[in-house]
Design a protein around this ligand. Structure first.
Ligand SMILES: Cc1ncc(C[n+]2csc(CCOP(=O)(O)OP(=O)(O)O)c2C)c(N)n1
Ligand code: SF4
Ligand SMILES: [Mg+2]
Length: 349
């Protein structure tokens, strides 16, 4: 489908071969009082997606872009629009659950028409779609893949909290193996979610995305740089944000930081980017974070009670570890090129 190329350098990456200049490090903007979301949201204490959305929006505003945002139904939409709008001067449309990809196209068409009429300059705008994993992996997938196939300019952000949280924790295509949700309950015969999760960057690249990336609010600089790259790169760009959800994950509300670190160090969540070179039919992959210490699957599962059942079953924990290891093996050429050897879990120089 495409040739895989690897960036030898591991880490946060300001450069893209698709852009003439590196993007500006967010620290270089200085202490500009630019907020992303405004105050008044109704998210639960410890909710990751509020922070992620705030950082993404702030990154775009720092670039001087006016954001036109299409928000898919889900927690993010509900908690930022019900009492008061937290979107400030951002132009917002709340679309239906399945169609964030389609409304992205509608907004692009409107911007084109306004630009032809001389009412706006298109380079000042960024077209943003933002939806949950249910609205992305499941009911919104057709609209998203069709938007990617049309090759239009814009950014699609998936706030991945790994289930349909706003309607009572139903399992989605992004739900981890073994997780207890209301549609994949942990019982005596069937032990939680029996499927392995799908991966949005894989789906988006297969459909033809120009740029894909994964990010997390804990590494806000990396997240904001990726959003700024996506705004500058031509064509459809897709970013997925790890979104801690204490309500659905049955975790304490004050371990946002610890859970994310464990996710990264256990490699349950891998920070990376893929950039498409259409002429050469290549995708260049960059690994942005190397685990600091070896963390087993079991250690990651420990802080979240949605995994309390599977933690008691050794074969399920082993299977979860095998899924993580299999996905991580994709990065073998980069690790070898950097002289990093595989230990039992994690990698060390
Ligand atoms: C067509 C349609 N079906 C069902 C719903 C009900 N609904 C609203 S939000 C939601 C779940 C959203 O899940 P996700 O996209 O993962 O976002 P989260 O709430 O987890 O952030 C559902 C099923 C709807 N609004 N429209
Ligand atoms: S249910 Fe989860 S995603 Fe929704 S507001 Fe609460 S913590 Fe955030
Ligand atoms: Mg969700």
């Amino acid at each position: 489908m495409f040739n895989i190329l690897y960036n030898r350098d591991i880490g946060i990456n300001l450069h893209s071969f698709l852009l003439p200049e590196p993007v500006k490090d967010v620290g270089e903007y200085g202490a500009i009082p630019t907020t992303g979301l405004t105050s008044g949201h109704q998210g639960c204490t410890g909710c990751g997606m509020v922070t992620g959305t705030n950082q993404a929006l702030r990154a775009l505003k720092l670039m001087g872009k006016h954001v036109v945002a299409s928000i898919g139904t889900g927690c993010n939409e509900v908690i930022t629009t019900q009492n008061t709008s937290c979107w400030g001067e951002t132009s917002v449309d709340h679309n239906n659950f399945p169609n964030t990809g389609a409304t992205l196209s509608g907004n692009i068409a409107a911007l084109k028409a306004l630009s032809r009429a001389g009412a706006v300059s298109p380079e000042r705008f960024v077209n943003l779609g933002i939806a949950g994993d249910g609205g992305t992996y499941d009911i919104g997938l057709q609209a998203l893949l069709a938007w990617i196939a049309r090759g239009e300019d814009g950014i699609y952000i998936c706030l991945n909290n790994q289930a349909y949280m706003n309607t009572g924790i139903q399992g989605s295509g992004a739900t981890p193996y073994g997780a207890n949700t209301s549609t994949t309950p942990f019982g005596k015969v069937v032990h939680g979610n029996q499927r392995s999760p799908q991966y949005l960057p894989d789906l988006a690249l297969a459909a033809g995305a120009s740029y894909v990336a994964t990010a997390c609010p804990l590494h806000h600089r990396d997240l904001m740089i990726k959003v700024q790259k996506a705004a500058a790169i031509e064509g459809p760009c897709v970013i997925e944000l790890y979104s801690v959800c204490p309500e659905g994950w049955k975790s304490e509300t004050d371990v946002f930081h610890e859970i994310t670190e464990l996710a990264l160090d256990s490699r349950f969540w891998v920070l990376y980017e893929g950039e498409r070179d259409r002429a050469g039919n290549n995708v260049l992959f960059t690994l942005n974070y190397l685990p600091k210490r070896p963390v087993s699957a079991l250690e990651y599962l420990n802080l979240q009670e949605r995994f309390s059942g599977m933690r008691q079953l050794g074969d399920m924990v082993e299977h979860a570890q095998a899924l993580v290891d299999a996905r991580w093996s994709f990065w073998k050429p980069v690790l070898e090129a950097n002289g990093l050897e595989r230990k039992e879990v994690g990698y060390e120089a």
